[in-house]
Design a protein around this ligand. Structure first.
Ligand code: C2E
Ligand code: MG
Ligand code: MG
Ligand code: MG
Length: 289
């Protein structure tokens, strides 16, 4: 019958499929172990404020120090986490870790706002707000030192639920940013409906900024619109001084990219933030003044 002939046809590939399935089952188990122990690391990428000309905040970016594969980036394991329901567990670790570090910075007399990425499935959880609240309480952290980044996807899934969660976060005093703006639906109505403080312009738009006139118009339009709505803008993936000059002239507030600072270990962030002379970038940004 069809079932049998189907089996026969795939028999040739059974060995390699088996191996692939086994490898992915192993990775899933390893991720489960890491998630239950919080065996991750947060890297921090400082954001450069074009007005104050200093680094006043940083985005926390998750890394997984894998026992044999080295340091894994989110694109190597977050999709697996999503498929297997581990996103909220990992997200809870991220919240706890980031808030603890915010408290450390504050206590050392160098307050730093830290921004964390939250997946839609975690934001939608019934206990999401209480997780954030108890982390802030546990470490006595002023809520404004925490920022939560979500993509527009949250509003496409369940607009009412997303609006409720974000409103409650905002009521706590936590800042909210829309991540990767300009690539998805970029629904303008969304921006007025949600309690957002910052708009992060996706790095895909930045890539073309200095070469394609259309990209320039698009970025300028986003920045002007954000400004009129009272939102701050962050340009992601800034890699050249020419981009900084242009963004500065366009009224962009913050830049985040390899040019000004790469994602770094906590230890290096501490050195950079602790040393006020290093709080300014090493590259020559005088023209951005
Ligand atoms: P994202 O939130 O848009 O983060 C910015 C990404 O751009 C980071 O990649 C960062 O390393 C990279 N980047 C920064 N500056 C530059 C630049 O100048 N050029 C280029 N080409 N890239 C730059 P990363 O760390 O690999 O993270 C990728 C994505 O994974 C993040 O994008 C975010 O969506 C997700 N992610 C990271 N950490 C977490 C987390 O803790 N939880 C969740 N749910 N997602 C996370
Ligand atoms: Mg982000
Ligand atoms: Mg982004
Ligand atoms: Mg992204």
């Amino acid at each position: 019958n069809a079932k049998h002939s189907g089996r026969g046809r795939f028999a040739l590939f059974d060995a390699s499929l088996d191996e692939e399935a086994r490898a992915s089952a192993v990775l899933e188990q390893e991720l489960r172990d890491a998630a239950s122990r919080g065996n991750f690391e947060l890297y921090y990428q400082p954001l450069y404020d074009l007005r104050t000309r200093s680094f006043d905040m940083a985005e926390a970016l998750i890394r997984w120090p894998h026992p044999s594969r080295g340091l894994l980036l989110p694109r190597h394991f977050m999709h697996l986490a999503d498929r297997t329901g581990m996103v909220p567990t990992i997200g809870e670790w991220v919240i706890g870790e980031a808030v603890m570090r915010i408290a450390e910075f504050e206590r050392s007399g160098q307050p730093l706002q830290v921004s964390i990425n939250i997946s839609p499935t975690h934001l939608e959880r019934i206990d999401f707000i209480s997780t954030v609240k108890s982390a802030l309480t546990r470490w006595s952290v002023p809520p404004h030192l925490l920022q939560i980044e979500v993509t527009e996807e949250v509003a496409l899934r369940d607009p009412e639920l997303a609006a409720d969660r974000l409103r409650r976060l905002s009521d706590l005093g936590v800042t909210i940013a829309i991540d990767d703006f300009g690539t998805g639906y970029s629904n303008l109505a969304l921006l007025t409906a949600l309690p957002i403080s910052r708009l992060k312009i996706d790095k895909a738009l930045l890539k073309d900024l200095t070469v394609k006139p259309e990209a320039r118009v698009l970025v300028q339009t986003i920045i002007s619109m954000a400004n009129s709505l009272g939102l701050h803008t962050v340009a992601e993936g800034v890699e050249t001084e020419a981009q900084i000059d242009l963004l500065s002239a366009m009224g962009c507030d913050l830049v985040q990219g390899f040019l000004t600072a790469r994602p770094m270990k906590l230890k290096h962030l501490r050195e950079m933030i602790g040393d006020s002379t290093r709080r300014r970038p090493r590259v020559n940004l005088t023209s951005a003044a």
